[in-house]
Design a protein. Structure first.
Lengths: 432, 279
């Protein structure tokens, strides 16, 4: 029989399998260089892309001193949470240590190694109290602060130092125009600088919760949403007062641009950079990052976060270095964490310029370009500054209760007490 | 007569206007993204936003290309997408052919089950995939990511190929068999060339599914096999959103698929109209 449609010839078969084998060999390893995860001589650090820079110089110094290379796996913020959640829940981890947001520590605390031996008296003395509190979950230190941040007050120096503005303000309010330090001064100043749609006194961010929570602490609440014992306190007098102060800026005084309910950090930062707001409560790292082509570049001043009846208060935004129980290089990882703490000052030379130790910030506070450190130090040391509650449900509380409550409060005629009473019921359901 | 012609011309003009409106609605976000990539940092965030850049600048492209690992990420994206497309076609073509030609109940059940797998949220299979890839030693490799991406593209590929195969008359194969072809020979030498347009369409869909995939790439890659979508997402950090470099990177990342679509355009159109002649 003349076979006219045979299968593959031997030559074709060898060509195809050879090509496939070569392709497999080429593609088995990616193009991104060698991954060091799991090998005993190097470390793999999982981190958020924005925080990566904070550890770069420290990693280089660590390699120089110990010979151990550090490889970073950069992920977007939400992606980092998903990655931690999936890997820690399977117990199969691809990293040796991770830079973890403070609000995630309670969720993953059981999967992280104890770092109690690193928290000596000298170490805790040089860290902000709120950071030490946040590192300890169920009596165990599970993370070493790597860098921290807090909201401070940004203001337009060109407006605040203008002689005619100063005179007009004094005439209207009977006291000197200066960066506000109290709720009343903040409202006065914001109202003073609101000039139709050209300039607003400040912004009100409805899509994020931290700023309102800072005001809750300033009002003297023993905690935000939950007290230290885990009781729900979201409807106490301080929460109500802070929500009223916050929403009044938008609803009653109308000193913020339209669209407050949807405004987030990026939007608020953008409004200020475009010269649309005279003041902004924002994370300190943004001070050196104002674009050079911004109309307010070189015209921005900074001051500590405003104070309420309990004094200056803010919610710190720290990231911690933690070691997974299932890690393969735990001794080396701990060595890196100690090195990172000892050399915390190196983090300040990064693009974000944030550190965790008081001494690191203090050593730069008087240098030009680091004017925001003084305000940050004062804010982080503020009497009302306190970490968010150590609840594994925190992110859920934020997404499903806090942000919707703030957004509802930004409508005319909102009943703040009723909103918070409803919020209390919702939070209780979540934490039960 | 003139009135009828006028009415036809008006109708055609309205249809064209509608068509242009739909195309503009679809194209505008991408066009805006491209234009933003040429804006200065402050211009990109202007309030109110502007469509055209005040000053045309390549600064964002320089920043995007200066991102560590960008070349490797592009190579990884191409490798992963090509691998995933090949795996998808190698599995989908015989599966679809068997379902189409044998017409068995089990075959029909199979394609329904294949469709049902599309209804499972990818995040639900993300965690098991991590464990499986770890066991197979395929985490952080393009092969592992490509296999994961195939789970997304394969059901659609099978369904597409089934519809293309069903458009080919069985008589063509019978004729090939009369001429001495085996079933496989008839598939390779006769049927596949007829449905080459359909294969191109399926390949494009499989390629795009992998090219744009984010979640599995996020969960299964770290350093060696990280793809561009992860790099693009990294421009949004806790500390700000870098619109300029992000849009520049997204623009650059769009170029290969636009070129691929243009190159395969004729085959895609042929593939899309293949089922239309079924009779």
């Amino acid at each position: 029989m003349n076979r006219t449609t045979p299968g593959l010839s031997r030559r074709s078969f060898l060509q195809i399998t050879g090509a496939t084998g070569l392709a497999a060999a080429v593609t088995a390893c990616g193009a991104g260089g060698s991954s060091s995860g799991g090998s005993s001589g190097s470390l793999t650090v999982l981190c958020e892309s924005g925080g990566h820079a904070e550890l770069t110089k420290i990693a280089a110094a660590f390699k120089k001193e110990t010979g151990h290379a550090v490889t970073f796996v950069e992920l977007p913020y939400d992606g980092l949470y998903n990655r931690l959640n999936s890997e820690l829940s399977t117990g199969s981890v691809s990293f040796d240590l991770a830079a973890v947001d403070a609000i995630w520590l309670p969720t993953f605390a059981d999967a992280f190694q104890s770092l109690d031996d690193l928290f000596t008296a000298d170490v805790t003395a040089d860290l902000f109290p709120s950071l030490v509190d946040g590192a300890q979950i169920k009596g165990k230190y599970v993370g070493m602060p790597a860098w921290t941040n807090a909201e401070i007050l940004f203001y337009r120096k060109d407006l605040f130092e203008d002689a005619s503005e100063k005179a007009a303000f004094r005439k209207k309010h009977g006291y000197e125009l200066a960066p506000p330090s109290s709720w009343q001064q903040f409202q006065d100043t914001a109202a003073f600088f609101t000039r139709g749609t050209k300039l607003y006194g400040t912004d009100v961010k409805g899509a994020v919760e931290t700023e309102w929570l800072a005001h809750v602490l300033q009002a003297g609440s023993p905690g935000v949403v939950l007290d230290d014992s885990g009781n729900v306190i979201i409807d106490n007098a301080q929460h109500v007062a802070a929500l009223k102060f916050y929403s009044d800026l938008n609803n009653r005084l109308k000193v913020s641009p339209p669209g407050a309910a949807q405004l987030d950090w990026a939007g608020a930062q953008n409004l200020f950079s475009q010269g649309k707001t005279a003041m902004m409560r924002f994370w300190a790292h943004a001070y050196p990052l104002i674009p050079k082509d911004s109309p307010v570049h070189g015209k921005v001043g900074v001051a500590p976060m405003i104070a309420g009846s309990a004094g200056i208060g803010a919610i710190p935004g720290p990231f911690y270095l933690s070691i997974p129980n299932a890690g393969k290089n735990n001794d080396l990882a701990k060595q890196f964490i100690k090195f990172a703490y000892d050399n915390n000052k190196l983090a300040i030379q990064s693009s974000l310029g944030l550190a965790a130790r008081k001494s690191a910030y203090s050593s730069y506070a008087s240098k030009p370009g680091y004017e925001h450190f003084k305000a940050l130090l004062t804010t982080l040391d503020g009497p009302a500054t306190k970490s968010r509650p150590a609840s594994p449900k925190w992110q859920q509380i934020v997404d499903t209760v806090l942000v919707p409550t703030i957004q509802k409060s930004l409508t005319q005629g909102a009943d703040h007490a009723a909103l918070l009473a409803t919020a209390r019921q919702e939070v209780e359901k979540l934490v039960k | 007569m003139t009135a009828v012609l006028d009415r036809l011309a008006t109708k055609r003009a309205l249809l064209w206007a509608l068509l242009l409106g739909v195309v503009a609605a679809y194209a505008f976000p991408f066009l805006y993204l491209m234009l933003t990539s040429f804006k200065t940092p402050s211009d990109a965030l202007a309030v109110p936003p502007t469509i055209l850049p005040k000053v045309w600048s390549l600064e964002n492209f320089a920043k995007a290309l200066d991102t560590p690992g960008v070349t490797a990420a592009f190579i990884n994206s191409i490798t992963t997408a090509v691998l995933s497309t090949v795996i998808s076609l190698v599995l989908a073509v015989p599966a679809a052919y068997a379902v189409s030609r044998f017409g068995t109940v089990s075959g029909r059940v199979f394609i329904v089950v294949a469709l049902v797998t599309r209804m499972v949220p990818p995040v639900a299979i993300g965690v098991p995939l991590i464990g499986m890839m770890k066991t197979l030693g395929l985490t952080d490799t393009p092969v592992g990511t490509a296999i994961a991406h195939t789970t997304i593209s394969l059901p659609l590929s099978i369904w597409l190929m089934v519809s293309f195969f069903e458009a080919v008359p069985a008589e063509l194969e019978d004729a090939a068999k009369v001429d001495g072809c085996s079933r496989m020979g008839a598939l390779i030498r006769v049927v596949l060339p007829v449905v080459s347009g359909g294969v191109a369409v399926t390949a494009i869909f499989a390629f795009l599914a992998s090219w744009n995939e984010f979640l599995f790439a996020l969960l299964l890659t770290a350093v060696k096999a990280q793809t561009v979508p992860i790099l693009i997402a990294n421009f949004q950090t806790q500390y700000g959103l870098q619109w300029g470099p992000m849009t520049a990177m997204a623009t650059l990342y769009s170029i290969p698929v636009i070129l691929l679509t243009l190159v395969l355009q004729r085959r895609i159109v042929a593939g899309l109209t293949l089922g239309a002649v079924k009779g």
